[in-house]
Design a protein around this ligand. Structure first.
Ligand code: 4AD
Ligand code: MG
Length: 435
């Protein structure tokens, strides 16, 4: 029997109840025994608690229940909270009683090593592990830090639709779906809608899932990923670079500040994150090409960079680096060509350090109606679904800019993971749609 009127707490808040009898509802993470003492390691999502069973202090049924309780059983445990400097949350519990709410079947994920496919097939359970929890808490912090930063800077969140009539980032990676008697596409980016919102509100951002039918099986590509996309009008290329570097600095410094425990679980070398302060280094695409050609990674002018080139370029710096003025042929239809040199655009990618590759893409948008119409034609895009987008160039058009930060690549970099599949609760990859 639990105490008649127990204090109920989460493990995270237990410290405030030292000396009192408290009840925790959670799951059995692990158990151990040593002589006449038994240990239940309980998790409740907020933390881990070591609950100690001493034989001489408990009745026989309670003590033997220890043998019945299985890994990941749902349990309720109550007892006195004691300060214990060596324990994870600074406290332990001396158990007065515990109950098995649901006895778990033999749990498939055990402390032994499992292959990645097995873990991915059990992603719905794998999320309970310490490491996965640390990653998702960092992800949560990144998104909150980004939104807080933008909101403080006067950016309004205006969400974009997911079902759309048109492509943003080229037609080769569109997911098509039936929309009654028409075709619709899952959005590749909320940008075009963010542009409309920027003309209404000045400073906006959208945040949501975006989709790319990526045939590539790399450690940086998902078919469904989350993007946060700020857009401002008026704004030009330098305004974008300034905003993006301040945003990334704010994200990284806040994670260092508030998620030190999680970074430690992940064994992240924080000295690699600490230097991430604005301003970030910048180089033009031409300078990047020259550097690559001099350093054993020859690239022809006009070719886009792949992961290998990005790794070589970013290895020179202790913080992210912008590559600006890419060839117009590499980039999407909406990118503003440099008026002094139309073969390159007023756009930039931000490459993360340590080989994590492109984490942000963006730039200045074409604001001239005739030029945008011409670019649509050159990209063989139908005009009709973009008619509303062209309208933005008819009514008070102004140079404007924005960018998209890929949340999963940002999480992978900040957590130091070798693949984006662990950065999102339920990853969607070329060959993974389950669970
Ligand atoms: O460079 P991208 O394609 O840019 C856009 O979509 C723009 N419309 C954004 C804008 O200007 N508002 O994608 C932006 C970022 C990339 O830098 C990368 O971080 C991420 O989105 N990204 C992906 N992340 C995971 N899996 C994929 N398949 C990704 N494709 C892009
Ligand atoms: Mg890009």
């Amino acid at each position: 029997m639990s105490p008649l009127d127990p204090i109920r707490s989460t493990i995270r808040d237990l410290r405030t109840y030292a000396g009192q009898t408290v009840e925790i509802a959670g799951w059995l993470y692990d158990k151990r025994s040593s002589g006449k003492i038994r240990f239940l390691v309980v998790r409740d999502g907020s933390g881990l608690l070591q609950a100690v069973l001493v034989k001489s202090m408990l009745d026989e049924p309670t003590f033997t229940r220890f043998d019945e309780v299985t890994q990941e059983s749902a349990i309720r445990v109550w007892g006195e909270v004691r300060e214990e400097a060596r324990a994870p949350g600074g406290v332990e519990m001396t158990v007065q009683g515990f109950e098995i709410v649901h006895r778990a079947e033999p749990y498939p994920i055990t402390p032994k090593e499992h292959g990645i496919d097995f873990l991915m097939d059990h992603r719905h359970l794998w999320l309970r592990s310490r490491r996965q929890q640390a990653i998702l808490r960092v992800r949560n912090e990144i998104v909150r830090a980004a939104e807080d930063f933008l909101q403080a800077d006067g950016y309004l969140r205006v969400d974009a639709p997911i079902l759309t009539p048109s492509a943003v980032e080229g037609t080769s990676t569109l997911f098509e779906t039936d929309y009654f008697d028409r075709k619709a596409y899952l959005t590749q980016s909320g940008q075009l809608y963010a542009e409309a919102a920027a003309m209404a509100f000045g400073r906006v951002y959208c945040y949501g899932p975006t989709f790319r039918a990526e045939k590539s099986k790399t450690r940086r590509h998902l078919t469904e990923f989350w993007m946060l996309e700020p857009e401002a009008a008026p704004m030009e290329l330098p305004g974008y670079l300034d905003l993006a570097e301040r945003l990334v600095e704010a994200i990284v410094q806040r994670v260092i500040d508030r998620r030190a425990a999680e970074l430690e679980v992940l064994e992240r070398d924080v000295s690699k994150l600490a230097p991430v302060r604005a301003p970030f280094p910048r180089m033009t695409y031409d300078e990047a090409i020259k550097y690559l050609n001099e350093n054993g990674k020859p690239v022809a002018w006009g070719d886009d960079f792949g992961g290998d080139e990005e790794t070589v370029l970013s290895a020179r710096f202790d913080r992210p680096v912008f590559v600006t003025h890419y060839p117009t042929v590499c980039k999407a239809f909406y990118m503003q060509p440099d008026p002094n040199r139309p073969e390159v655009v007023l756009g930039a990618d931000l490459l993360a350090p340590e080989g994590y590759g492109e984490m942000i893409g963006g730039g200045q948008r074409i604001h001239d109606l005739a030029l945008l119409e011409q670019r649509l034609r050159e990209h063989n895009l139908p005009r009709e679904p973009y008619e509303w987008y062209l309208d933005l160039r008819r009514y008070g058009s102004v140079p404007h800019a924005g960018f998209g930060i890929g949340i999963e690549r940002t999480v992978a970099w900040i957590c130091g993971l070798d693949h984006v599949r662990e950065t999102i609760p339920f990853p969607r990859l070329l060959n993974r749609l389950y669970p």
